[in-house]
Design a protein around this ligand. Structure first.
Ligand code: NAI
Ligand code: MG
Length: 500
């Protein structure tokens, strides 16, 4: 008999999933939504319901704001920077203790392979809190010598923005929660975070750990609900001073408009159609796996996915034939199987959206070298798909597909990189880009010329809590991670003292 590689469900996950509908975390307690309404969350590998969660709406957001405000003015204001750092570190330790349960919940709810949640999502999330735990004690203003008067003493303070709303997507549910919470908490803010409706579970589990870590009640409030109701209520709330959003460019535009009602600060991390450029002098032993991982990691549901692949015409056929042979052998199946390398898409909606692009690609004249047809199962499986015969103007080369679908196109100038740069930059998006070459001068020249918030040279999808991430153009603005994210969550106060 073949050895089973399906993961046995962790007992903590069993307990978590079977004690009734999952509640909202408001004011340090787990509570039902005021309306009493619930919604289901499904396992994308089977299409079956995993469990039910309470559905927050406007009145629950108001309740969370009240709780957050009490914490901001009360208990949280008395917590020292060092204690804030310790709380974040403690939370990271608890996550480490519960790492397997978190990895499994993420895989069940989102569909992504357990190998990825164990080795990427969860460790990165833990590391993110440790990184910001260190920042808590390093937030400071400065003394400024001024020319306004010899006896006027001036200094600045970096104060928290106050009540912050955070809205996250479903592609890296726990990791996106930590990207949002880390910097906000290190700098002393209070938070209302809304999960994506497709993937509420890991954040609710995180809320239990936040409670256990000992954060004062109301500092972190985590709610589950839909965008146009709970999400919009966060964006429109008059006492919320900042909104941080990761998701579609379309919704990002709505948020920016609605946030103007009280001039909320806004940071947006939106879509992409990132170019990945392979020059003929690349090290192909790295470039080919790098290009594959650049598009197929997380089933292509990555905002910075290298979804436009430009390969020099001299090497185009060889690169594409190698990529096709690898891609067609990637093992696709349920995320809970340890041998799975590519799982299902997150939802029925995403499955339909990507299936439509597969059809449109063919209608526009592109040819799938591998994949191209959705799988006929109960789960939401789309096979890794590589399109050739793609023109720059086709929708599959311009629009964000957010699935395991790459548009491969040849380019032919080598001496003068102007043409390939022009094509790479010919997009409304500007989140990331990849460059593969062994010529160091070309690498830097191209990296400088690309209109993107991140450029990876001879690597792709590399991430670290210390390195900023964010968009150019319609991929958004504001930088998360590193010292840069501290700017999003602090405001500067100048203080003048008359010494006379
Ligand atoms: P979405 O942008 O609708 O959802 C992201 C988050 O925004 C969710 O928490 C959702 O509840 C919330 N939201 C939706 N409408 C809102 C509103 N009016 N006010 C406040 N919050 C709102 O993205 P969706 O529909 O899940 O995916 C559609 C496409 O968006 C994907 O195919 C992909 O192209 C893109 N996307 C990009 C992501 C990124 O990482 N940049 C992540 C998720 C989706
Ligand atoms: Mg789900």
């Amino acid at each position: 008999m073949e050895k089973t590689t399906t993961v046995a469900v962790d007992s903590r996950v069993e307990v978590f999933l079977h004690d009734g509908p999952k509640k909202l975390f408001i004011g340090g307690e787990f509570v039902e939504s005021l309306s009493g309404r619930t919604f289901d969350t499904t396992n994308p590998a089977t299409g079956e319901v995993i469990t039910t969660v309470y559905e927050a709406d406007k009145e629950d957001v108001s309740r969370a704001v009240e709780a957050a405000e009490r914490a901001l003015k009360g208990s949280w204001s008395k917590v020292t920077a060092s204690e804030r750092g310790k709380l974040l570190w403690k939370l990271a330790d608890l996550m480490e203790e519960h790492a397997e349960a978190l990895a499994q919940l993420e895989t069940l709810d989102n569909g992504k392979p357990i190998q990825e949640t164990r080795h990427a999502d969860i460790p990165l999330a833990i590391d993110h809190f440790r990184y910001y735990a260190g920042w808590a004690t390093k937030i400071h203003g400065e003394v400024i010598d001024n020319s306004a008067g010899v006896n006027l003493f001036t200094y600045t303070r970096r104060e928290p923005v106050g009540i912050v709303g955070q809205i996250i997507p479903w592609n890296f549910p726990l990791l996106m929660a930590t990207w949002k919470l880390g910097a906000a908490l290190a700098t002393g803010n209070v938070v209302i975070l809304k999960t994506a409706e497709q993937t509420p579970l890991s954040a609710i589990y995180l809320a239990e750990l936040i409670q256990e870590a000992g954060f004062p009640e109301g500092v972190v409030n985590i709610i589950t609900g839909y965008g146009p109701t709970a999400g919009a209520a966060i964006v429109q709330h008059q006492r919320i001073r900042k909104v941080a959003f990761t998701g579609s460019t379309e919704v990002g535009k709505v948020i920016m408009q609605q946030a103007s009602s009280n001039l909320k600060r806004v940071s947006l991390e939106l879509g992409g159609k990132s170019p990945n450029i392979i020059f003929p002098d690349a090290d192909f032993t790295k470039a080919i796996p790098g290009a594959l991982m650049g598009i197929f990691f997380n089933q292509g549901q990555v905002c910075c996915a290298g979804s436009r692949l430009f390969v020099h015409k001299k090497v185009f056929d060889n690169v594409l034939s190698d990529m096709t042979s690898y891609a067609s052998k990637l093992k696709q199946g349920p995320g809970m199987d340890e041998s799975t390398r590519i799982g299902p898409l997150v939802s029925d909606k995403q499955f339909t959206r990507v299936s439509n692009y597969l059809q449109r690609g063919v209608e526009e004249g592109a040819s799938p070298l591998t994949g191209g047809q959705p799988l006929d199962t109960n789960g939401f499986f789309i096979p890794p798909t590589i399109f050739a015969d793609v023109q720059d103007h086709m929708s599959i080369a311009r629009e964000e597909i957010f699935g395991p679908v790459v548009a491969a196109m040849p380019f032919d100038d080598e001496e003068h990189i102007t043409d390939i740069i022009r094509r790479a930059n010919d997009s409304e998006y500007g989140l990331a880009a990849g460059v593969w070459t062994t010529d160091i001068r070309k690498a830097h020249k191209v990296a400088h010329a690309l209109e993107a918030g991140t450029v990876w040279v001879n690597c792709y999808n590399a991430f670290d809590a210390a390195v900023p991430f964010g968009g150019y153009k319609q991929s958004g603005f504001g930088r998360e991670m590193g010292s840069y994210a501290l700017e999003l969550y602090t405001q500067v106060k100048s203080i003048w003292i008359n010494l006379d």
